[in-house]
Design a protein around this ligand. Structure first.
Ligand code: PLP
Length: 398
């Protein structure tokens, strides 16, 4: 396959060569079970602990606060179910309207009367037209029956960053557990959980250049916890199942790399993203940014091209080897406009024509310039064949 211009890093990322190299010996030579009594297995247990330290270091946590899981979705499910289990008697759950399906769909099931384990009272906080949360809405929603607030750190579709510190402080002042889905934030924004009022946090390896199938859940020391996966004594009885050592080692290495590259994310990647955004907004009449102009991940831009179909844009970009996304990968295949853009009140005609570009440290200026060259004629062509788009073009002409 010829080289692609990969701008879909919020869907998944390339495994870093350093990560692959780090995990390889654990697929071949060091295949022992870390729970075994013999030295062959025992030495592998030390590598698992080293990886735990690397992950803890990235997020500013203590290694014992890190539990390895299979993915971000498992971490989210574990955190939410644990909070409800340890807050027995409390029947209210707070989330937002823009969460990833890993949180949203579980909350919906929990909120359903008659579903297994359901019947919780669910509050889904709104966002404004820039995708931002109003902290006063959270204050109004919290009550003595609230077991948990689960509010994402960074939105996967728009990159909007929520004020997690304020959310956590408010929850803590009311004695309510706070979980944040930080799957998109970890490795892209600096974080020091030791100083933050966060009780639980989810992360996922494949969003930060580790392979798919490995994640972690941070659980602050002293937070009551109820395991989701029951089985052996692994992970200090908090997650049963033989540890996927190669993947854990990979996540550790990816965390170490991410920490070293945080500065680059904030400077070079941000500059590339801004170059792309400015170039497209300037060259495509009627294009508009979805999301907050500043409180945003450095790698993400979500742009609506009104009156054209996002899917058509993606297909034509694909012909040039350019990978982007129209909403989150989990919702493609559905013609429903994204629930995130709907919650922001983006008009239907614009939500349908939205494209998310998400960059990584592997992108170059030449790639960005190629997209700025290729996309405007695509939009023009699609507008010409769209009845609404033709009117729009006519209006845009002097
Ligand atoms: N949460 C967010 C914000 C995500 O973007 C994703 C993946 O897209 C997930 C959770 C799920 O993570 P995983 O694919 O590791 O299950």
């Amino acid at each position: 396959m010829s080289k692609v211009i990969y701008l879909d890093n919020n869907a998944t990322t390339a495994v870093a060569p350093e990560v692959r190299q780090a995990m390889e010996p654990f697929l071949t030579e060091y295949y022992g079970n870390p729970s075994s009594m013999h030295t062959f297995g025992g030495q592998v247990a030390r590598n698992v602990e080293e990886a735990r330290e690397q992950v803890a270091d990235l997020v500013g946590a203590h290694p014992t606060e890190i539990i390895f899981t299979s993915c971000g979705t498992e971490s989210d499910n574990t955190a939410i179910r644990s909070a409800l289990a340890v807050s027995a008697g409390r029947r209210h759950l707070i989330t937002t309207r823009v969460e990833h399906p890993a949180v949203r769909n579980l909350c919906h099931v929990l909120g359903q009367e008659g579903s297994v384990g359901g019947g919780y009272r669910l509050t889904e906080l709104p966002v404004d037209s820039q995708g931002m949360l109003n902290i006063a809405d959270l204050g109004d929603a919290l009550d003595d029956d609230t077991a948990l607030a689960t509010v994402m750190w960074a939105n996967n579709e728009t990159g909007v960053l929520f004020p997690v510190e304020d959310v956590g402080a408010l929850c803590r002042s009311r004695g309510i557990l706070f979980h944040t889905d930080a799957v998109q934030a970890v490795g892209k924004v600096p974080m020091n959980l030791a100083d933050l009022p966060v009780d639980m946090l989810s992360l996922s390896g494949h969003k930060l250049h580790a392979p798919k199938g490995i994640g972690a859940l941070y659980v602050r020391r002293g937070t009551r916890f109820s395991p989701f996966m029951l089985g052996g004594h692994q992970e200090r009885n908090r997650r049963g199942g033989t540890e996927p050592v190669p993947s854990i080692v990979a996540l550790g290495k990816a965390a170490e790399l991410a920490k070293a590259r945080l500065q680059e994310e904030q400077t070079r990647v941000r500059a590339l993203r801004d170059r792309l955004e400015k170039g497209l907004l300037a060259k495509c009449p009627g294009a508009m940014l979805n999301g907050h102009p500043t409180a945003r991940l450095p790698n993400t831009t979500n742009i609506s091209f009104e009156y054209v179909e996002g899917e058509a844009i993606l297909l034509l970009l694909d012909q040039h080897g350019i990978c982007a996304s129209s909403g989150s990968a989990c919702t493609t295949g559905s013609l429903e406009p994204s629930h995130v853009l709907r919650a922001m009140g983006v008009p239907f005609t614009a939500a349908h024509g939205s494209v998310r570009f998400s960059l990584s440290v592997y992108n170059t200026e030449a790639e960005i310039d190629k997209v700025i060259e290729v996309l405007p004629p695509i939009i023009r062509r699609l507008r010409e064949i769209s009845p609404f788009g033709r009117d729009e073009l006519a209006r845009a002409k002097p």
